[in-house]
Design a protein around this ligand. Structure first.
Ligand SMILES: [Fe+2]
Length: 252
């Protein structure tokens, strides 16, 4: 697994993007020597205060998500939220909480920073260079049971991603009755707040796609569903949430 930054190809991307002087908010340009956490890499949500390594190479998602977008999104936006969270909780009782506990108990700026840290960590793992296509049989059956078919799930997810009016997220969640549902959230909102279990997410803030797609959020969403959606991450999260195994079967 590649650890970012530090990958020899990553500095070149970073220097190139810094030279572009694109209009990223100044408060998200903060940089610190944030400790890298090598432990995030399975279906476990981010609960630590370190920036998790990205689970793919800088150019692994191209052409659907470019290294340029990835550089800004990860190094500026995600890291910026983490830096803000550090600054807000340092020396307070929240410094001893994990990110999920802060999400469930905080509001205002502290909540926004904590939720955006968690949401982005979860988002990176919802993407895969080997994603897209059709899920294996057990997951296909689970989606069909919940939505009617995999295509119906895709339509529902796309509708949620495109229907979110401003900045936000599209989610596949397990609700408190263990039913899979597609929802959207605004700004930093996270399904954990309402007792739902996130299974998959797509960032639909403009910073996630604008450099590659400009105003065409629909193409970003279509390419996510066609080429990047990480069925394995979804399956692992579903197994964990339901406490059962949905391993691929012989006909998968
Ligand atoms: Fe984002």
């Amino acid at each position: 697994m590649t650890r970012f930054p530090g990958h020899e190809g990553w500095d070149a991307y970073s220097r190139k993007e810094d030279d572009l002087n694109l209009p990223i908010r100044s408060d998200e340009h903060e940089t610190t020597n944030t400790k890298m956490d090598p432990g995030f890499g399975d279906a476990t949500p981010a609960t630590r205060f370190e920036l998790p390594p990205l689970p793919f190479e800088p150019d692994a998602l191209a052409p659907h998500i470019s290294p340029r977008t990835l550089s800004f999104h990860y190094e500026k936006h995600h890291k910026g939220y983490l830096d803000k969270l550090h600054a807000a909780i340092e020396g307070t009782p929240r410094a001893k909480m994990d990110v999920e506990e802060i999400i469930r108990t905080a509001d205002g700026a502290v909540f926004n920073s904590a939720a955006q840290v968690w949401n982005h960590s979860f988002y990176w793992h919802s993407l895969s260079p080997k994603g897209g296509g059709q899920p294996d049989a057990p997951l296909r059956d689970a989606l069909a049971a919940a939505f009617g078919s995999v295509d119906a799930f895709r339509r529902a997810f796309a509708e949620a991603a495109l229907g979110e009016f401003g900045s936000g997220w599209a989610w596949l969640v397990l609700d408190d009755e263990e039913r899979m549902r597609v929802i959207s959230s605004s700004d930093a909102e996270n399904p954990l707040q309402s007792g739902q279990t996130p299974l998959l997410t797509l960032d639909v803030w403009e910073h996630a796609y604008y450099l590659d797609y400009q105003n065409e959020r629909n193409r970003y969403v279509e390419n996510f569903l066609d080429h990047l959606i990480n069925w394995e991450f979804l399956r692992a999260n579903l197994e964990k949430a339901r406490g059962v195994e949905a391993r691929p079967t012989a006909d998968a």
